[in-house]
Design a protein around this ligand. Structure first.
Ligand code: BLA
Length: 527
């Protein structure tokens, strides 16, 4: 921390997690310049997998470091047509002092475009080598076999909950983690555990909520690009990259797409506070935006599913996302069609000038079919009326006066007692207000009643982090307790959906037209 800098959660968001300068030591990393295939940067633990000391490897051709046949296989994969990452892992056999050592090579390319015009090489090939233990779990055809049954189940699922449950169970079977959760964000990036598959003896996290700051913004941005991360041992000691900067660029190597990227030490501490020994998470995306994560925990010790298993789990995550998008779009489409036909009917009926506009709007179908609410009150062309739960006249008058004071064509809140405590309106009865102010004191006002509900948090969300003295400085550490903490939410109604607000706006335009047509007719008859 710089002198005078304050400690708060924005510190978490400032940690540049894509350039940690080190990796997790379950594998080794070599950064190779292209096209000459010379090793330019390596992790200090290189000898653990390759048998060559890190300082002996720098400046040498890749073939001299990993062997001719493995280097050939890497070069072939790197130069083949199409997306390099789709061919991962490249299965290699290294020669470890005469013993064959099976290794998964995971390749990606970091382009130097835009850094400087006169760089010695245009791109760096990042080669990550993970020892492959036991038999190879999946070649590509086998990966398909492993997930095919689940895909069929996902296609047949009839509810969102079923989609979540199938995914959690399948990812647990595939990867062997003790607990697998589907974690879904709300609009503010607070998250809720909506499905869980776990060892029977573990206590359940289902239904628990976690604050947005548990996964800071820059981490979410990174997870929109790289869809899986594994921390196979939360107590690992990072292995540094040497030299610190990639010589070609004079900058630290960007590890956004690396599989061994060393993760934030604060997050490792968080996991240890939670009792977790190994963690993996898979991004769930909709239109390239994160809507949630599949979060996996292991408790008894390190856990490292091989790369191909992680890739298969990622595939299940993207299938879940696709099915979910299909399903929500279907439901939204059907709802929008229903509302549209009601609005068309109301607009046509409003042309019948023999019938008071108030009566038309409050009939069936009527305003409560356009926007679902507990009650609606209208004041149009001098007549007042309502539908749904009746509101006392003084309540209606107070609401109308408040609405008239607000700006905008569509006025809305889902927490009236909090935004307008001065109003003498029974809070339980009217918490949500959606109103269309019209000319000359005319209005349409929908209301929703209070929905008292409780939210169970995984730890008190007000204690998101603890600032601790450490020598001269202050260190931020994550909260220590994850015990269930129940919050009771009052003074809130069910929120007005963005589509409902938009449709109310359209209805306002239709009403203004009907009012205008009627006023002209009144004027004509007067002449
Ligand atoms: C990252 N935080 C994460 C990740 C998860 C969570 C899933 C992704 C990395 C992984 O797969 O482990 C949070 N994990 C959860 C939650 C549950 C879970 C909510 O299992 C619920 C069951 N975190 C803090 C504070 C800070 C913080 C105070 O609580 C900052 C000071 C930071 N979390 C933090 C950072 C990362 C992170 C920086 C990114 C780690 C990385 O990828 O480098």
């Amino acid at each position: 921390l710089a002198p005078g800098e304050t400690v708060d959660l924005t510190n978490c968001e400032r940690e540049p997690i894509h350039v940690p300068g080190s990796i997790q030591p379950r594998g080794v990393l070599l950064a190779v310049s292209e096209p000459d295939m010379v090793v330019r940067q390596v992790s200090r633990n290189l000898a653990d997998v390759v048998g060559v000391a890190w300082d002996d490897a720098l400046g040498r051709p890749l073939a001299e470091v990993v062997g001719i046949a493995p280097a050939d296989a890497i070069a072939r994969s790197a130069s083949a047509f199409g997306d390099l990452r789709e061919r991962n892992p490249v299965e290699l056999i290294l020669d470890c002092d005469g013993t064959p050592c099976p290794v998964d090579a995971i390749l990606h390319r970091v382009s130097h475009a835009g850094i400087s015009a006169d760089l010695p090489s245009a791109s760096t090939l990042v080669v990550e080598l993970e020892p492959a233990y036991g038999p190879r779990p999946f070649s590509f055809p086998n990966t398909y076999q492993a997930v095919r049954g689940t895909i069929t189940d996902l296609n047949r699922a009839s509810s969102l909950q079923e989609l979540y449950d199938i995914t959690a169970t399948a990812v647990r079977t595939l990867t062997g983690f003790d607990r697998v959760m589907v974690y879904r964000y709300d609009a503010d990036y607070n998250g809720e555990v909506v499905a869980e598959a776990k060892l029977p003896e573990l206590n359940s996290f289902l239904g628990l909520h976690y604050p947005a700051s548990d996964i800071p913004a820059q981490a979410r941005a990174l997870y929109e690009k790289n869809w899986v991360r594994l921390i196979n041992d939360v107590t690992y000691t990072p292995s540094r990259l040497e030299p610190v900067d990639l010589p070609a660029t004079g900058q630290p190597l960007d590890l956004t797409y690396s599989t061994l990227r060393s993760v934030s030490p604060i997050h490792c501490e968080y996991l240890q506070n939670m009792g977790v020994a190994a963690s993996m998470s898979i991004s769930l995306l909709r239109d390239d935006k994160l809507w949630g994560l599949i979060a996996c925990h292991h408790y008894t010790g390190p856990h490292a599913p091989p790369y191909a298993t992680r890739a298969a789990a990622e595939f299940l995550g993207s299938t879940l996302s696709l099915r979910l998008v299909d399903r929500t779009e279907d439901e939204e489409h059907r709802r929008a069609l229903r509302v549209r036909s009601t609005m068309a009917w109301l607009t046509a009926a409003a042309l019948d000038e023999e019938r008071p506009l108030t009566e038309t709007m409050l009939g069936r179908p009527g305003l409560l079919d356009v926007v679902p609410a507990d009650s609606v009150v209208v004041h149009l062309q001098g007549s007042t009326g309502g539908a749904g739960i009746p509101l006392a006249p003084e309540v209606t008058a107070a609401l109308a006066a408040w609405v008239a004071d607000q700006d905008g064509d569509v006025v809305s809140t889902d927490r009236l007692p909090l935004v307008a405590p001065q109003l003498d309106v029974p809070g339980g009865l009217v918490c949500g207000v959606l109103a269309l102010p019209l000319a000359e004191g005319q209005y349409v006002i929908w209301t929703r009643t209070e929905q008292v509900h409780s939210v169970d948090w995984g730890g008190d969300p007000h204690n998101k982090a603890i600032a601790e003295r450490e020598g001269d400085g202050i260190r931020l550490s994550p909260r220590k307790s994850f015990d269930r903490w129940r919050e009771t939410v009052r003074n809130r109604a069910e929120a007005w959906a963005p589509a409902e607000l938009a449709e109310a706006g359209e209805l306002r335009a239709d009403l203004l037209e009907a009012l205008y047509a009627r006023s002209r007719r009144v004027a004509r008859t007067a002449i």
